[in-house]
Design a binder for this molecule. Structure first.
Ligand code: GLN
Length: 297
């Protein structure tokens, strides 16, 4: 019997090979589930089907995805999917891969937004739409506007809004330059990595304009802090995500821009990840009292 073709791997063998190549176990599992047409949460399926043999096409596709992952392509780009705040998003190289760290920013926003209130919310640099869509899904009455300078990113975000049937509005804008109106809450996960940060090499497949912002990483945060007050009535809030070592610098930027009640929040990993402030004014607000879970730093 002629037997020239190499034998095809089982599920268990394919996973073992991927791990031996250096893939993280979770990545090897998620990519194999994707190739096998299963959902990411079906990891138990890999155990119950460990002796299932891959087809030639599946084996080829898996080998190709593993090679790309070893070249630091985000798993989300390879599967085309990422879950953020419980929402299934479509993502690709036109937008930043949404991070779980950013859920801290959404949680803070939700504490500030009363339920069943038509609050006006603006998400700057929306990318995939993750933040705006998460807020809209949790606060159906809110009027959420999402802005991005990138037309390509807006295409991705609008498709996500459509797929999730969430009524977020979109505008192409360089930060607030093309935005009009006032908002009860402006929030953003802007680029904040230093241009010469060695960490950038590992992020080389993501849009650079979504990641770096000048020599100290704070150029865009300074711009937002300067532009936001014209769009904030007294008592409204500005919340920003930033790097693990930037909380103090961002607090200083916000105080200099005139914000009150400036404070920071830690992400799940314990890094100071978000800083926010309230625009002061004559409205019935109490700017010295942070919301209960807010940590002052
Ligand atoms: N938190 C991301 C990282 O360091 C960067 C996201 C951003 O620049 N907004 O990988």
């Amino acid at each position: 019997m002629p037997d020239a073709a190499p034998s095809l791997p089982t599920v268990a063998q394919a996973l073992r090979q991927a791990l031996a190549q250096g893939l993280a176990r979770i990545d090897a599992q998620v990519l194999l589930l994707h190739v096998m047409g299963r959902a990411t949460h079906e990891r138990a399926w890999l155990l119950t089907h460990d002796d299932q043999v891959l087809t030639q096409a599946q084996a080829q596709r898996y080998a190709d995805l593993c090679t790309q992952r070893l070249d630091a392509v985000p798993v989300a780009y390879l599967t085309g999917r990422k879950e953020f705040f419980g929402l299934p998003l479509r993502v690709d190289a036109r937008v930043l891969d949404p991070r779980p760290d950013t859920e801290t920013l959404v949680e803070w926003a939700l504490e500030l937004l009363p339920e069943n209130s038509p609050a006006r919310v603006l998400d700057l640099g929306t990318g995939s739409g993750a933040i705006a869509l998460a807020v809209q899904s949790q606060r159906p009455q809110a009027q959420v506007l999402a802005a991005d300078a990138s037309a390509a990113a807006l295409t991705v975000a609008q498709a996500n809004a459509q797929a999730l049937q969430l009524p977020v509005q979109f505008v192409q804008s360089d930060w607030l330059a093309q935005v009009s109106g006032h908002f009860d809450l402006i929030l953003s996960n802007p680029p904040y990595i230093r241009e010469d940060d060695p960490h950038m090499h590992a992020l080389r497949h993501e849009p650079r304009q979504a990641l770096t912002s000048g020599a100290d990483g704070l150029d865009d945060i300074r711009t937002i802090a300067q532009q936001a007050p014209a769009h904030l009535p007294p008592g409204a809030w500005l919340l920003l995500e930033h790097g693990w070592d930037q909380a103090e610098a961002v607090q200083t930027i916000l105080r200099h821009a005139g914000f009150a009640a400036v404070g920071s929040r830690q992400d799940l990993a314990g890094q100071w990840r978000c800083t926010g402030g309230q625009w002061p004014g004559p409205a019935p607000t109490n700017p010295t009292a942070p919301t209960p879970k807010q940590t002052m730093k």
